[in-house]
Design a protein. Structure first.
Length: 91
C-alpha cells in the first residue's frame, strides 16, 4: 500500500487516482454531508462537483455567521445592547 504522503508528493501518481482519493477523503471529512448520496454518484467528477456545492453552501453559512457577529460587535461598541436596540433607547 502507498502511504498518503507518498502519493500526494509523487508527481507520477495518476491525476485521476489522486482526484478519486480526494473525492472520498473530502466527503468523509465533511460534517453533515449525505455520505450515501455521495458514494452513489457514478463519477469522480460528479462527486467533486457535488462536494464543491456542499462546500460553497457551508462557506455561505459561515460568511453569514461572521457578518452577524460583526454586526453584533459593532452594536456593542456603539453603546447599544439588545434590549436598548429593540426599544430604540441609548445607554
Amino acid at each position: 500500500a502507498v502511504s498518503t504522503s507518498e502519493w500526494s508528493l509523487d508527481e507520477g501518481y495518476p491525476l485521476v487516482r489522486r482526484a478519486q482519493r480526494l473525492s472520498f477523503v473530502a466527503s468523509s471529512l465533511m460534517p453533515g454531508a449525505p455520505q450515501q448520496q455521495i458514494l452513489e454518484l457514478e463519477s469522480v467528477a460528479g462527486r467533486l462537483r457535488f462536494l464543491k456545492d456542499v462546500f460553497n453552501r457551508h462557506e455561505g453559512a459561515l460568511r453569514s455567521l461572521v457578518a452577524l457577529q460583526e454586526i453584533e460587535s459593532e452594536g456593542s461598541a456603539s453603546g447599544f445592547d439588545d434590549a436598548d436596540s429593540r426599544d430604540g433607547n441609548r445607554k
